[in-house]
Design a protein around this ligand. Structure first.
Ligand code: CA
Length: 234
């Protein structure tokens, strides 16, 4: 594979030993890798080189990882794998709600890192490939899988890649109830059933951005898109 056709990964990590190890592992898995050593450099590198995926350390000097995540996602949806040394659930949920699509708690193995990066890229691509379908409507929101935009009149709601994929998955079958395990398997590609809180935090983010009524909680079962859809199956 030529250098230009390799998926490009930006690693934003201030600890040189970790940054170098992560970069070496990803390069050996045939990714093109660029490193930024702090938050402002990371934001600048992301704007300049438009990577396919960002590996982002949560604890950074200058700007912390959550703020970096907000800034890089504000320009353009790019999948983010967050690295965290902290594993308290509050930090995790905050990180996911800010737009990280997945996370790894240090220390992690190189194999796990590569597997997560590949899974995240696969998800983003298969969602893009699914663009042949017609647009969907959910309440006031027009969902366009080709341009990956969600609009209501002149207003656009900026979703992260995972939020968009989750929304499309639910909106394609309005009213159908999906369990968290279904969603983890079908949207995230996880097979082990762990990570229910990941689903919850992404649903919370979608409700915050699109309105609480767009996604219904079915207590004890899971989630469903509101049935007031005009144009999906209608
Ligand atoms: Ca750090």
């Amino acid at each position: 594979m030529s250098e230009t056709s390799k998926p490009r990964i930006l690693v934003i990590e201030d600890e040189p030993t970790i940054a170098d190890a992560v970069a070496a592992r990803l390069r050996s898995a045939d990714f093109a890798v660029e490193i930024a050593a702090d938050g402002p450099a990371g934001v600048a590198a992301c704007a300049a080189s438009t990577p396919d995926l960002v590996v982002l350390d949560l604890m950074l000097p200058g700007l912390d990882g959550l703020e970096v995540c907000r800034r890089i996602q504000a320009d353009r949806p790019v999948p983010v794998l967050m690295l965290t040394a902290r594993d308290t659930e509050d930090d995790l949920v905050e990180g996911l709600a800010t737009g990280a699509d997945d996370y790894l708690t240090k220390p992690f193995s190189g194999r796990e890192l590569v597997a997560r990066v590949r899974a995240l890229l696969r998800r983003t691509r298969s969602a893009a490939d699914a663009g042949a379908v017609d647009g969907l409507q959910l309440g006031p929101w027009r969902i366009d899988p080709v341009t990956r935009t969600v609009t209501a009149g002149d207003r656009e709601s900026h979703l992260t890649p995972t939020e968009f994929d989750l929304l499309v998955h639910l909106a394609r079958r309005p009213g159908q109830v999906f369990t968290r395990e279904d969603l983890l398997a079908e949207v995230w590609g996880y097979r082990d059933g762990s990570g229910a809180r990941t689903v919850d935090s992404h649903v919370r983010a979608l409700r915050r951005k699109l309105g609480a009524e767009t996604i219904r909680t079915v207590h004890g079962v899971g989630y469903a898109a509101a049935r007031t859809v005009t144009g999906a199956a209608a």
